[in-house]
Each structure stands twice: as C-alpha cells, then as structure tokens.
Design a binder for this molecule. Structure first.
Ligand code: MN
Length: 227
C-alpha cells in the first residue's frame, strides 16, 4: 500500500541480454562527440568542454519500432552507443569511471532536426527536438562481463541496406570514462543512469517504411523500423 494519490508512473526499463530488466533513472546525451574524418583524436588541448542534454527515461524504447513523430517533417537518425551505470557517485575519477558501468547497447538518438534547429537559432532548450516519445530506440543491454568496455571498432548505421553513417568508437572526442567523470562533477550519478555517447558524421532524414540497422563492433545489431 502506498500513499500515492494518482497511479504511480511505471519505471522505464531496458531489457538485458540473457534476461532481466535494467531500470532507467536518467538519460544523459552528449552533443558533438566525434570529429568527422578524424582518425584519432588523442589528447587535444584545444577541445571545448563537452555539453550534455537529456532525454526522458521513458523515451527509451526497445520495441524495434519507431513511430514517425508529430509536429516535424525532418526526423534524423543518430547512431550511438549507450552506457548503462550500475553504481553512481560524485567527483568520480576517470580511473575509476568504468567500474560504474553495468553494460552497453546500440541505440539511436532520434531527433526532430527542424525543431532542434529552430531551438538552436533562438537559444532555446532542445527538448522539443530530442526528448519526445520513443526518441531513443535501444537494443538489449550487454554486460561488461560479456563485452568488456568497447572503445574501438566500427560504428555504422544503414538505412534500407545502405550505409549512411560510419565512424569508429575510437573517434570519440570525450571517451566513456571522461564522460562519466565529467557528468559526476555536475550531477549525482546513480544506478540506472544511461549515457548516450554521441554520433559520428553522416546524420540524415528517415521516412515512414525505412529500416534502420545499427552495427557497433562488439555489440549486437539493432534493427528499427520507421512506422
Ligand atoms: Mn546525439
């Protein structure tokens, strides 16, 4: 028995490969995290600090369908790797950061690009372009004990069997440990937090009927149909 005065919202979850459901608390997404055509970033003293926006936890969707959203005529795919945390904290060092990771999954940061573009131009928040219903198609989480910590290898997105995006995990400007550490300086990270790690170049529009396939080296593929 609870004292909730209305029905409590359901806790959003991501399925886990091999069984079980990962409960999602927050979803942080990094902006611009791949330098296009750059083979290796290494230490770049001139790199700007990273920036993050959020999706809503219940925007994540493992159904394999992406219903074309309302109020837009320019929806873009962004292939990304999701990082799911099993523990959290503040002021986490980069050396300790990976100890907090539960697993990884292929995902998409679907974007109402026209609305995001308007918001950018006017200096407004991005939620209208980024944090809409089912805007985060995601595959089952794969455990660190199974897949390790993927930090290099091909990332690609195919639409109707044609490659539209390609890059390599090693092109991330801000590596996974750095993202965790950076976020933990500003927020209290907790179990259930998910980080979407950015997209390589080649983003573009989809139409109803398209089939998107995400391939990330070391992880299961993700297939999503635009309905
Ligand atoms: Mn993105």
């Amino acid at each position: 028995m609870s004292d909730y005065v209305i029905p409590a919202p359901k806790i959003p979850t991501i399925p886990v490969e091999g069984g079980g459901e990962f409960p999602v608390r927050r979803v942080y997404c990094i902006g611009r995290n791949y330098a296009a055509h750059s083979i290796e970033m290494g230490d770049d003293p001139d790199r700007d600090p990273p920036f993050f926006f959020q999706k809503n936890p219940n925007n994540l969707d493992a159904s394999g369908d992406f219903p074309y959203p309302s109020q837009t005529s320019d929806v873009h795919y962004e292939v990304e790797m999701a990082v799911a945390l099993k523990t959290g904290g503040t002021n986490i060092s980069t050396a300790d950061a990976l100890d907090h990771v539960y697993g990884y999954a292929a995902c998409l940061d679907m974007t109402r690009r026209d609305l995001q573009g308007e918001a950018k131009k006017k200096g407004r928040p991005w939620e209208i372009g980024k944090a809409f219903e089912r805007s985060g198609p995601i595959g089952p989480l794969q455990l660190v004990s199974e897949v390790g910590h993927p930090d290099n290898g091909r990332v690609e997105l195919l639409v109707n069997d044609e490659v539209q995006q390609e890059g390599d995990l090693n092109q991330m400007i801000w590596k996974v440990p750095e993202m965790i550490s950076y976020l933990s300086d500003f927020f209290e990270l907790e179990p259930g937090d998910v980080i979407m790690s950015g997209t390589p170049s080649g983003v573009g529009p989809i139409q109803k009927g398209d089939v998107m396939v995400v391939n990330i080296a070391g992880l299961n593929s993700l297939t999503v149909k635009v309905t």
